[in-house]
Design a protein around this ligand. Sequence first.
Ligand SMILES: Cc1ncc(COP(=O)(O)O)c(C=O)c1O
Length: 379
Amino acid sequence: MADIKKMNIPLLDLTEQYKTIKSDVDEVLMKVVESQYFILSPEVGALEKEIAAYTDTAYSAGVASGTDAIILALKAAGIGPGDKVITTPFTFFATAESVSALGATPVFVDIEPDSFNIDPDKVEELLRTTNNEKRKTIKAIIPVHLYGQCANMERIMDIAERYGLKVIEDCAQAIGATRKGKKAGSFGTAGCLSFFPSKNLGGFGDGGMVISSDEAFINRVKRLRVHGSREQYVHEEIGFNSRLDSLQAAILRVKLRKLDTWLDGRRVVAKRYDLAFTGLPLVTPKIDDGNTHTYHQYTLLADERDRLMKYLNDNGVGSRIYYPIPMHLQPCYRDMGLKEGSYPISESVCKRALSIPVYPELTEEKIVYITDTVKKFYR
Ligand SMILES: Cc1ncc(COP(=O)(O)O)c(C=O)c1O
């Protein structure tokens, strides 16, 4: 690329986002600091109401992280030692880890090749071919709305109803995504959000939220997040210390007002990539029927993934592999005895997936530089 000046474009640049909201964020941060009210303040309550309204769920509970949101939601759904929970092997580790953290066991089901989300046909097949006694130990399913688009929720809800399974949606990457007009997190028993800084709605530290249309369920999560207690120093059950803090809530309230504009901005960048990469030996993201994609990641599949990644890096374009190792091949799950070949689609995607920058602050010049760099690699 001798004729093009080298640029440096990280996979994500949160400083660019901060510049656009700095005065509002700084103002609310100072208000919290001056109030000295840091844990479960009215800011948290206000954010809970706003997120519940935004996700069409009615109730929500702010917690310390997306991981805790899944753990507390599973526990509130009655999941515990000896139970099994169906989920995808192609996700961030926290999904499976949350199941294991409660003494339950994840049961993996492979993904659809296009959406990268859990395949309902394979879920159905697993349940149909498992004998009655074993099937009774399967209590829930965690669909993950990976990269920002919903799993096939109408099929999953239908299967869950027929087999009596709780559905806990992992929406860590998918706030604002819709399927047939319904918001991510509003289909199942509960949805779990992550406010990790790099998420589409990210705080200035860890944070998460459980959302649900079931008030009693959210009340149980609210009890679990404060040591299983409703009344101070009275502990009805063993819980956790997992609260969203007021500084995060105040920042997130400012950012929530911008979220839909930012999601549109991501879609604009994604569209540019889709067009620019047409004809290249790459697979661009597919949007499942009825879905809107929020592009938490714009993830390509490339047979020469590692060479492409190095080329992008050498030319100043950040990229990352989400995810290089499927859950069943993680060292900590070795004792499950699941070998390479157990979930071929997930394994294949792990070898080919590469995410490139898709944040809404990317300038025209940067978008052109990224698309030119990818095209140059294939020339
Ligand atoms: C799919 C998925 N599930 C769960 C989590 C856990 O969220 P957190 O990092 O906020 O604990 C993340 C994000 O990191 C994620 O991407």
